[in-house]
Design a protein around this ligand. Structure first.
Ligand code: G6P
Length: 603
């Protein structure tokens, strides 16, 4: 979602800001802008559309400035226009904002009556105007920030630039924010994501909610100060060295990040197994031995929610423990019954998804422990959880999540085995190795799946069906396809098809049928029902199966032998390839699909 990068230091701020914004492009956005302090003026350059549009403008003006802030906007309040793009600025301040100011309408009305004008339809500009009002009343910049921040409700992060100095100011409430320092080069940075600061700021700080951050660079040193809202010094922040490497973020020989991330899966699976079974992660799993929750409340969004559905099956079938799965935006408002002995299990790649965080908060308020299965160490979800199970996926850049899903589900499986006390080093290590080998084989068949994609990519709609443990995979397969290929795709429980969606079937609809060895006959009868109505059948099913070969118009044969519990993860990779190839044939923007964001920091 929206990305923020700010810089102050001896060099031209434009380079690191644009580089940082480019790195955050993957999160999804629809306009971009930059504000630079040039000779005591706050100069704003912004443009709707891709970052390239902004870069063109910058190339035209070739600005130089020691201090600046940049932003990529994912529209919430106000259409996608240049006026609504950030930064918003005036004679005194410029502001970039992530999140939503919930009381913006009321505040705007009051400010309007007081004679203040607005140039955009955004909620963000309300913060700028508030800041200016408090400053005009004679307050210092720090006090004005404190007062403006105290006046607003909702989750937000702001970075502020002032005409009067080269300082960077930032503050947040339940939104990602990181402040960076490079002592060697005397540079201060601020961003919504540490990834933007890799290679720039070796020292990073995560401020807590309501802490005002101030980055100052003088002739000889760089200082980052933290203040409470009453302007006393604050120690409510966490320091971390930025250990990410720039290499980890390159596309390598792959055409898209998504493809690279699909191919990374076998090696990451092996690494995760080694971490949790043989290395440091073992300690975390051993602590889980014998653990039982009265009920697991699994909560997540998007792909992570589908991983939650897979984990629910593991918990019920492997552990015989009760688990419910919720979409976070529903869980947080449906007044769930949370009892003593229950555990909230939150799954998230980014660890910053607003609804997931709010659901975690709800569990905390009700006094039940919260566990996370998360990729980003140090993320808000991670910091607020009582126990964290990292998935060690590395940076996932493709907006459509692939490797994170596989590793989330696998981590949940390992957690379950550990609770049961049945984590057998060699047995489970080999079981997981079998999964990574099969996925490796599948990676070798990508061209074959491409041929299947060629046969179906022009069709009108796609219905993914599966039973039992393949049902969550049907949902995930359909989500992947709609996310990146912009076609209508639905996931259904195979047995549910006749209760409505079968009405859609004709010769322009494809049924991607996930046919595992379990309940094979029953699933095939559902496929027959579609075939009888002239639907096109693509089976992802067991290899060398004459009945399947006969029914399918196209067939992705898989070797299920020995995989058992983990077979859904294998089937899912076939669907990742299928979605990728269909999207490629359609010519969409695979890594940055329209309208989508990677880290959804608004509810
Ligand atoms: C967005 C992304 C999805 C992701 C979901 C949850 O919708 O486009 O790919 O699955 O957010 O994100 P999280 O970071 O919490 O896993």
């Amino acid at each position: 979602m929206c990305g923020i990068v700010g810089y102050t230091g001896p060099n031209n701020s434009v380079g690191p800001i644009i580089e940082g914004l480019s790195r955050l492009e993957y999160r999804g956005y629809d306009s971009a802008g930059i504000c630079l302090k040039v000779e005591n003026e706050l100069q704003i350059i912004k443009k709707e559309g891709k970052l390239d549009n902004l870069k063109e403008l910058i190339n035209l003006h070739k600005p130089f400035s020691h201090t600046g802030i940049g932003h990529t906007r994912w529209a919430t309040h106000g259409a996608v226009t240049t006026d609504n793009a950030h930064p918003h600025g005036n004679e005194i301040f410029a502001v970039v904002h992530n999140g939503i100011i919930e009381n913006a309408t009321t505040l705007k009305k009051d400010l309007f009556h007081e004679g203040y004008q607005f140039k955009s339809q955004t909620d963000s500009e309300v913060f700028l105007v508030l800041l200016t009002k408090f400053f005009n009343e004679g307050n210092s910049t720090l006090i004005s920030i404190s007062k403006a921040f105290s006046s607003i409700t909702g989750n937000s992060a702001f970075v502020i630039l002032e005409k009067a100095s080269d300082k960077l100011y930032a503050i947040k409430r339940s939104a990602p924010l990181v402040v960076g320092e490079n002592r060697e080069f005397r540079e201060a940075y601020v961003s919504s994501d540490p990834f933007a600061l890799v290679g720039f700021a070796p020292r990073i700080y995560f401020p807590e909610d309501g802490v005002i951050c101030e980055g100052i660079v003088t002739g000889s040193e760089v200082t980052v100060n933290f203040y409470e809202l009453d302007l006393t010094h604050s120690n409510r922040y966490k320091f971390q060295s930025n250990s990410m490497s720039v290499d980890a973020t390159s596309k390598g020989p792959y055409e898209h990040y998504m493809l690279k991330e699909i191919y990374e899966q076998p090696a990451l699976i092996d690494k995760l197994a080694a971490y949790y079974i043989k290395n440091e992660g073992r300690k975390i799993l051993d602590e889980m031995k014998g653990f039982r929750a009265q009920e697991w409340h699994i909560t997540a969004c998007g792909t992570a929610w589908h991983a939650g559905l897979v984990i629910k099956n593991f918990l019920e079938q492997v552990n015989h423990q009760k688990a419910s799965v919720d979409i976070a935006s529903e869980f947080r408002y449906r007044h769930p019954i949370l009892n003593h002995g229950d555990v909230g299990l939150f799954i998230s790649q980014s660890g910053e998804t607003a609804d997931t965080l709010a659901s975690q908060e709800l569990c905390k308020e009700k006094g039940i422990p919260t566990f996370s299965i998360v990729n980003v160490e140090g993320s808000t979800l991670f910091r607020n959880a009582d126990k964290n199970f990292l998935i060690h996926a590395g940076v996932e850049i493709g907006v459509a999540s692939t490797k994170a899903f596989t590793l989330q589900a696998l981590t949940g499986y390992l957690m379950g085995l550990a609770m049961k006390g049945s984590l057998d080093d060699s047995l489970h290590y080999s079981e997981i190795k079998l999964l990574s080998n099969r996925i490796s084989d599948l990676c070798g068949q990508s061209d074959f799946i491409k041929d299947v994609a060629e046969q179906i990519y022009t069709k009108k709609g796609f219905i993914f069906t599966g039973r039992g443990k393949y049902f969550p995979i049907a949902l995930e397969g359909a989500l992947k396809l709609k996310e990146i290929a912009y076609v209508h795709a639905e996931g259904y429980a195979a047995g549910e098809l006749k209760h409505g969606p079968i009405a859609l079937i004709d010769e322009d609809i494809v049924n991607i049928a996930l046919v595992g060895p379990e309940l094979l006959e029953k699933t095939l009868s559902n496929v027959e029902e579609v075939k009888a109505r002239r639907g096109i059948i693509v089976v992802v099913g067991p290899k060398n199966h004459p009945e399947v070969e006969q029914i399918a118009d196209a067939y992705i044969p898989l070797d299920f032998n020995g995989l058992q519990n983990l077979s859904p993860l294998y089937v899912n990779v076939a669907l990742q390839f299928l979605a990728y190839h269909i999207a490629k044939l359609k010519g969409t923007d695979i890594d940055k699909p329209r309208n989508l964001a990677k880290s959804v920091t608004v509810e």
